[in-house]
Design a protein around this ligand. Structure first.
Ligand SMILES: Cc1cc2nc3c(=O)[nH]c(=O)nc-3n(C[C@H](O)[C@H](O)[C@H](O)COP(=O)(O)OP(=O)(O)OC[C@H]3O[C@@H](n4cnc5c(N)ncnc54)[C@H](O)[C@@H]3O)c2cc1C
Length: 400
């Protein structure tokens, strides 16, 4: 999306894996490479690329870097920034710069860290050096069935409080379960009010022990049942359901607003109660699927776009949910990035002095404000150094 017009550039042909350096556990890739393709390219050698947004079948590593994407397994492994060693960027001023690099090549300012999550406002990412991890010895996936989302949220808190760090800890509510079962048929029990998908990985003995403890904690928090995936096929099916959850909602609603916000995970039970209250207050159906271990919520607010009143109620609920997350100490975005939609919301979270510092930093890379204008930073005049890119003059009929 180019909110104020301009040139759009696609990286979908820049899909090469330029180097796989197993000795140094890294790879150099072009930005258009699809996330999952990298893991496929290194799996036979026993490695994987850890950031796994649920969109990993279609999203690019350049996009993951630019939004600093998270994903189900980022609970244990960290988000994209923890796996990017170096970047090549063509900045807004036309310089082709190299930031960071392989592990021995990363002294001075950590500009790679600064540039991850810049959402294209510094320039175009044209090359990425990423960390590769060794695949774990054992993986176990458990499905905990709960009567209510409240009980499942309490189980999440209990697992984390017990010092267990699952590779992934995902929650799905009854609305999502029914949609997935009608579509993908992943084997989620339709009678459950909520399910927890818990994945443990690591050395075999540790995985066995933590799986038993996690199952016991679920039972102690009122789980109706706890099931363990019997083989790789069953495990893959459970994950297929989770990763296609948003698509499955299309079966039950013509449209949905997908909110992405985060709260401290200790506040999970509280925010889930809030979400349910907001949904009831605005009379909108909300489907919940989220990275529970990170406190990262994704309420999908269903509405019919042919009904303006329903759309207005969905937007009001969306806004209230965001504010509720911030009031509980959370953030305007959990992982999807700020983009255009949330640029103005940054002011809910940052002081003017913080935002002004970001404006100045941006100018270092992109003095004329050419790169992704209108994204990430608010244009509100309350920010002393508001950075409005000049509106480009476009030929008639130009594609924006
Ligand atoms: C069903 C679904 C599930 C999702 N699940 C997750 C999830 O679990 N975790 C998560 O974090 N996100 C998730 N997302 C959001 C999104 O898929 C991710 O943020 C992903 O990282 C975006 O990658 P992309 O290739 O689609 O980038 P795009 O959407 O094309 O771009 C994202 C931003 O980055 C900029 N950009 C892209 N490439 C470059 C480049 N080479 N140089 C400079 N700027 C660039 C774009 O201009 C844009 O501002 C999900 C989205 C969907 C639809």
């Amino acid at each position: 999306m180019a909110p104020i017009g301009g040139v759009m550039l696609g990286t979908n042909r820049m899909t090469r894996v330029l180097e796989i350096d197993v000795t140094n556990r890294c790879a150099v890739v072009e930005p258009g490479l699809i996330n999952l393709w990298l893991t496929r390219a290194v799996a036979a050698r026993g490695y994987f690329f850890a950031p796994d947004p649920s969109s990993q079948m279609v999203s690019s590593i350049g996009g993951n870097v630019s939004t600093n994407a998270g994903g189900p397994h980022c609970l244990k492994y960290g988000i994209t920034t923890n796996h990017v060693l170096g970047l090549e960027i063509v900045t807004g001023s036309g310089d082709r710069i190299r930031l960071g690099g392989k592990v021995w090549d990363r002294h001075g300012y950590d500009l790679t860290g600064v540039a991850v999550g810049a959402e294209g406002t510094f320039g175009l990412v044209t090359g990425i050096t990423v960390r590769l991890l060794h695949a774990p010895e054992a993986v176990k996936t458990i499905l905990g069935l709960f009567a209510t989302i409240d009980a499942a949220s309490e189980a999440v808190s209990a697992i984390i409080a017990a010092g267990i760090v699952p590779a992934a800890l995902e929650m799905l509510d009854d609305v999502v379960i029914r949609a997935i079962e009608a579509g993908v048929g992943a084997g989620y029990p339709r009678e459950a009010g909520a399910v927890l998908l818990i994945e443990l990985d690591g050395p075999r003995a540790e995985v066995e022990m933590e799986a038993e403890r996690s199952a016991a904690l679920c039972r102690a928090r009122g789980a109706l049942d706890v099931r363990v995936a019997r083989d790789e096929t069953e495990r893959a099916l459970l994950w297929k359901g989770r990763k296609e959850a948003a698509g499955a909602i299309g079966r039950i609603a013509p449209s949905f607003l997908l909110q992405d916000a985060v709260v401290p995970r200790s506040k999970l039970p509280q925010i889930m109660r809030e979400v349910q209250a907001i949904s009831a207050r605005h009379r909108v159906l909300v489907a919940n699927v989220f990275h529970a271990g990170d406190g990262n919520l994704h309420p999908l607010i269903c509405y019919d776009d042919r009904d303006p009143d329903e759309l207005a109620r969905a937007k009001a609920a969306n806004d209230e949910m965001l504010r509720a997350c911030i009031a509980l100490g959370g953030s305007v975005t959990g992982e999807h990035g700020v983009g255009v939609d949330k640029a103005e919301s940054l002011e809910l979270q940052y002081a003017e002095v913080d935002l002004n510092f970001m404006y100045r930093l941006r100018r270092v890379f992109d003095p004329a404000g050419l790169m992704n204008p209108g994204k990430l930073l608010p244009s509100h005049p309350a920010c002393g150094e508001a950075f409005r890119a000049p509106r480009p003059v476009l030929p008639e009929g130009a594609w924006v």
